[in-house]
Write a protein that binds this ligand. Structure first.
Ligand SMILES: C[S@@+](CC[C@H](N)C(=O)[O-])C[C@H]1O[C@@H](n2cnc3c(N)ncnc32)[C@H](O)[C@@H]1O
Ligand SMILES: [Zn+2]
Length: 395
């Protein structure tokens, strides 16, 4: 491999030389013998902060695992930057990755706390599934879907541990390839204006179901959609009651493509057969997670952490503030342009619509999922009237 150097956070990394692995003139991570995507630095920075916050909630230094490590950017960074780490176990199946991970461990003087394994991720996790060997934090960051790694990750997680998962197969999850979504996640996606939220909820729902098999209840501390991927941080705690509570947050989202009406229902609720607003046929997405997508307190604590050493600190602050503002809003969002095109009206300023809805007593905010969308507790007919009135000239 032709090497270069990069610095992420406080960590120096040996990485593939960007100029040597290109496609159509641009660095292409999949062309390099060991995988490293500089565009995922934001995701890794978020993970460093999330793990720093989580580590302060545990009573002793953490044992963590990065089982699909590439050149070890996550596992090495956590060991170097998070502080309260007892042991960082890093694995990858690619022969070429192992010497590069070793080099990165040496480079950052972390030999004392990092263990490296040339192993299939499921095997590595299964070998750590017995009591005493389990992890406080596991970061499942694969190519495409995390589904094949969820069962073994849950089994290798300590009670109250944090499971972080990434999905880059957004085309299936967002409904472009719905058969692939059904195969990988056991859920039907919804090709709709809020398809990214449905994709995130399907991914989370899949992990929640895997955890339920072992009587783990799941709390979603943080989840979001960014760039080409979806990401979630799930705290899994043992207990049948906790499991029942998580199961009650599973359900379906129904959507009318004609008028935009939608509703979220629990698994046991009777299904509507047609749109409650216009009577036309509706579509169903799920099973999926209908509960909260983030916990406000967790994100406030992330915001209180030092971010000065992170290259993406500004972007993190922006995302966390948006996530806080939308954290208590109901599922799905409305894209203002779509409402206006149904009404055949010009698009009013989104801030004006949010202001009016809020003054009427409806919880309303922007959403990180879409720059021109609104999350609101207002029903569609109220929102439509507010948009219509906002387009009128004062008399
Ligand atoms: C998306 S990359 C990981 C990127 C890395 N987490 C980061 O942030 O830089 C996925 C990695 O998983 C490895 N991999 C794929 N299948 C695997 C398996 N079954 N077990 C272990 N590693 C695997 C690949 O070699 C690749 O390095
Ligand atoms: Zn309808």
């Amino acid at each position: 491999m032709i090497f270069s150097k990069a610095k992420e956070g406080k960590t120096d990394l040996v990485v593939p030389d960007p100029a040597s692995y290109t496609f159509q003139g641009r660095y292409e991570p999949t062309k390099a013998p060991v995988f490293y995507n500089p565009r995922m630095e934001f995701s890794r920075d978020m993970a460093v902060l999330a793990l720093a916050v989580f580590s302060k909630t545990r009573d002793r230094p953490l044992d963590i695992c990065d089982p699909l490590a590439g050149l070890g950017a996550r596992g090495v960074r956590f060991a170097k930057e998070v502080g309260l780490i007892n042991k960082s176990v890093i694995g990858d199946l690619n022969d070429d990755a192992i010497p590069v991970i070793s080099e990165n461990v040496r480079f950052n003087k972390l030999e004392g706390i990092v263990e490296i394994f040339h192993k299939d991720a499921c095997l590595l996790l299964t070998e750590h599934a017995e009591p005493g060997k389990r992890f406080d934090y596991i970061d499942v960051d694969p190519f495409g879907t995390p589904s094949p790694f969820l069962d073994c990750a849950v089994r290798a997680l300590k009670n109250g541990g944090l499971l972080a998962i990434t999905a880059t197969d957004t085309a299936p999850l967002c409904g472009i390839y719905s058969k692939a979504c059904i195969r990988k996640y056991g859920g039907t996606p919804l090709r709709s204006e809020f398809c990214h939220e449905v994709g995130l909820r399907i991914m989370i729902g899949t992990a929640v179901r895997e955890a339920l098999k072992y009587d783990f209840g799941t709390e979603v501390l943080l989840s979001y959609s960014a760039d080409h991927y979806l990401r979630a941080y799930l705290r899994c705690s043992l207990g049948a009651k906790r499991g029942d509570s998580s199961a009650s947050s599973m359900g379906y989202i129904f959507h009318c493509p004609s008028c935009g009406w939608r509703c979220a229902l629990q698994l046991n609720d009777p299904w509507p057969c047609s749109c409650a607003a216009c009577g036309k046929p509706i579509k169903r997405g799920g099973p999926l997670w209908c509960g909260r997508l983030c916990e406000r307190e967790f994100m406030e604590r992330m915001l209180a952490e030092d971010r000065s050493f992170l290259n993406t600190g500004k972007r993190i602050e922006k995302l966390l503030n948006l996530l806080i503002s939308e954290s208590d809003k109901p599922p799905t969002y409305y894209v203002l342009d779509n409402i206006c095109s149904r009404l055949k009206r010009d698009v009013p300023p989104i801030s004006k619509i949010i202001e009016t809805l809020t003054s009427m007593g409806y919880e309303s905010s922007l959403t990180h999922f879409h720059p021109k969308a609104i999350k609101t507790s207002a029903p569609l007919d109220v929102l439509t009237k507010v948009v219509k009135d906002a387009g009128r000239h004062p008399e």
